[in-house]
Design a protein around this ligand. Structure first.
Ligand SMILES: NC(=O)c1ccc[n+]([C@@H]2O[C@H](COP(=O)([O-])OP(=O)(O)OC[C@H]3O[C@@H](n4cnc5c(N)ncnc54)[C@H](OP(=O)(O)O)[C@@H]3O)[C@@H](O)[C@H]2O)c1
Length: 347
């Protein structure tokens, strides 16, 4: 465990140097890892573990996704089974189904979670909100988590490129006395770059806040507000879009990613510096109460309730698609289509 200084705060991280793959293989050599679900995280984690020499099987219901697993080399009856059969065969049972599916499938797999097995998650949702999900594991199994900080597709691509996505890890229940080493070995096995410690609750609170906040919800709200104000004051769509989104994503974001926002501020015109320094405060003050309201909604379980209720309805996909269609057809994102076409690399 290495101690690292994050902006003045010391945290423990686990790297591949101190926890090499050989050690992970040794710890998990007698385990059968059963990956339930072959959506996005399922293939990333299952294929990386298989390529790293672990004993992996997949549990997936029949249909298009099952066929994808077959195409990826999982063999029916040998390494590919129904969800129930994989749960029965596995000693580390991995819940890589969608959050709504985990609720639906839980009663069917629970009988197979016998003493000494580990139940593994990549998200704290099912356990943290178990008053709503009813996912209450037996006392005599380990309950562990490794949550890659990115999509399953990136996990796989970065693994194939010899790089690694960072992951958080947590132990919720240690029945065997080996839960932590099982967790870390698993995290190294799926190809994590480094692992940092969290709890199930902190993982899901930060994840739900992030996607509703600066990663997705807040950023769309901010961009649209600026685009609308420019349009309402007579600016053309192309001008409003270029000043709001195109310059941000094409010019600033790569520099901001590489060097930080502090560097960005120090390397723009003094006119931009004066204005940005003056306006960052009012924006912060306007947004912080909304962010706090969002966090409270996550912490109270309200966001989980909304998501479980809406995503469990039979027509949930159609309803989501209708809202996504409205976003796609909005003037700002239709302007984006034309702006992208005009980029030199697309001509
Ligand atoms: N998306 C990410 O990259 C990401 C990143 C970090 C953590 N995570 C976490 O990883 C876990 C898996 O997420 P994911 O995005 O990979 O999930 P996903 O793609 O939404 O999972 C879909 C899987 O669930 C199965 N499924 C859906 N409904 C089902 C049902 N009623 N009965 C049985 N199987 C059903 C699907 O099978 P069918 O195709 O047959 O429906 C498919 O195998 C979640 O806890 C998520 O929060 C995800």
């Amino acid at each position: 465990m290495a101690q690292m200084n994050f902006g003045g705060v010391t945290e423990n991280v686990v790297t591949r140097e101190e926890f090499p793959l050989e050690k992970a293989r040794e710890i998990l050599k007698n385990e059968t890892i059963a990956v339930l679900g072959y959506g996005v995280q399922g293939p990333g984690q299952a294929c990386n573990l298989r390529d790293n020499g672990f004993n992996v099987i997949v549990g997936q219901r029949e249909g298009k996704t099952y066929d994808k697993a077959v195409a990826d080399g999982w063999v029916p009856g040998e390494t590919l089974f129904s969800i129930e059969e994989a749960a029965q065969r596995g000693t580390i049972v991995c819940m890589l189904l969608s959050d709504a599916a985990q609720i639906a499938v839980w009663p069917k797999i629970k009988p197979y979670l016998t003493a000494g097995k580990a139940l593994y998650f990549s998200h704290g949702f099912g356990i943290t909100y178990n008053d709503q999900t009813n996912i209450i594991p037996p006392q005599d199994i380990d309950v562990i988590m490794v949550a890659p900080k990115g999509s399953g597709t990136s996990l796989r691509t970065m693994f194939l490129e010899g790089r690694g996505l960072n992951s958080s890890y947590a132990v919720y229940q240690d029945a065997t006395g080996h839960a932590k080493e099982r967790t870390l070995a698993f995290g190294i096995g799926i190809g994590s770059g480094y692992l940092f410690e969290t709890t199930f609750k902190r993982e899901v609170y930060s994840d739900l806040t992030g996607e509703r906040g600066s990663l997705m919800g807040a950023i769309q709200g901010l961009l649209l507000a600026q685009y609308e104000v420019l349009r309402e004051h007579g600016h053309s769509p192309s001008e409003a879009f270029n000043e709001t989104v195109e310059e941000l994503t094409q010019s600033l974001m790569p520099l901001f990613a590489k060097n930080g926002m502090d560097w960005m501020y120090a390397n723009c015109s003094t006119t931009a510096q004066r204005g940005a320094l003056d306006w960052m405060g009012p924006f912060h003050d306007a947004i912080k109460p909304v962010m706090e309201k969002l966090y409270q909604s996550v912490a109270s379980g309200n966001e989980a309730r909304i998501s479980i209720e809406s995503n469990s309805k039979p027509d949930y996909r159609e309803k989501l698609n209708a809202e996504l269609k409205a976003l796609r057809e909005s003037e700002m994102w239709q302007t984006a289509v034309t702006v992208r076409k005009l980029r030199p690399e697309n001509n």
